[in-house]
Design a protein around this ligand. Structure first.
Ligand code: SF4
Ligand code: SF4
Length: 247
């Protein structure tokens, strides 16, 4: 249960320290209700060396937002271990280098606004104090900005912000619930990246376009480029935004 939410700035000192000597070690990974972003799925399936289909089937459950129809991917509960994360081990996180963005940010919450004129993103942070977490009140001497750098969170935030922008576009253009086929387009291009790639290169998914060779090469060899392209493809398919072929 959330006890308190304290707004902080990047310059504030981070009044928090998590380490394996804390009596609560691993507790935060044993009662999850955690949605995974497309970039989280990309990093985790690459870390495990498996396909997106295998990752999604083995480790996640899928449901659709009742109001939005958007796919929501979460870690699958385990009959023996309930909502414990499948990657937590007695010594800590077994996918630490590729852990999801929300694991990196915890116990900070982050919100953004984007200027329509300049495109500039402004970030806002708050510290969420939960009773089970004993890391609060322990000084590290780091500011929030320095602590975030240590969590290596920039790439996750950059990629997750693209998802936020897509959802905000959806809310403006298609504010109601997506139809089944529209939800499937979201799921394919954002979460099931290996199937999306196979449909492009083996099933001619993009046959109505002339795709530049360098873009084709990028999306075939680089999952991050494929995901960015997938987001643009969803904007084109669902919202009529011209498909960007230059990145
Ligand atoms: S201090 Fe908080 S974040 Fe760290 S292990 Fe304990 S519950 Fe998890
Ligand atoms: S991915 Fe790692 S840090 Fe995140 S909940 Fe699972 S074990 Fe914990």
């Amino acid at each position: 249960m959330i006890e308190d939410m304290i707004p902080v700035t990047l310059q504030n000192f981070m009044n928090f320290n998590c380490n394996c000597d804390n009596e609560c070690f691993n507790e935060c990974c044993s009662d999850l209700n955690q949605a995974l972003t497309p970039y989280d799925v990309l990093r985790l399936k690459s870390s495990l060396g498996i396909s997106s289909q295998d990752f999604l089937k083995t480790y996640t459950s899928l449901h659709y937002g009742p109001e939005s129809g958007l796919p929501v991917i979460e870690f699958k509960p385990n009959p023996d271990k309930g909502y414990e994360c499948p990657f937590v081990k007695p010594q800590g996180c077994s996918v630490y280098e590729d852990r999801p963005g929300s694991c990196r940010m915890y116990p900070l919450a982050r919100a953004i606004t984007k200027s329509r004129e300049t495109g500039e993103i402004t970030q806002y942070f708050a510290l969420i104090e939960e009773p089970h977490c004993k890391g609060f009140g322990k000084q590290t001497g780091l500011t929030v900005e320095q602590w975030l750098k240590g969590q290596d969170v920039d790439m996750h935030n950059k990629e997750n912000d693209k998802l936020m922008e897509l959802i905000s576009l959806k809310n403006r253009i298609l504010p109601g619930k997506l139809e089944g086929a529209q939800s499937d387009i979201f799921y394919l291009a954002l979460y099931d990246l290996d199937e999306f790639c196979a449909q492009i290169f083996e099933k001619d998914l993009l046959k109505e376009f002339t795709i530049p060779d360098d873009l084709l090469r990028n999306i075939k060899t680089d999952d991050v480029a494929l995901l960015s392209f997938g987001i643009n493809w969803v904007k084109y398919k669902l919202f009529g935004v011209e498909l960007l072929l230059g990145e």
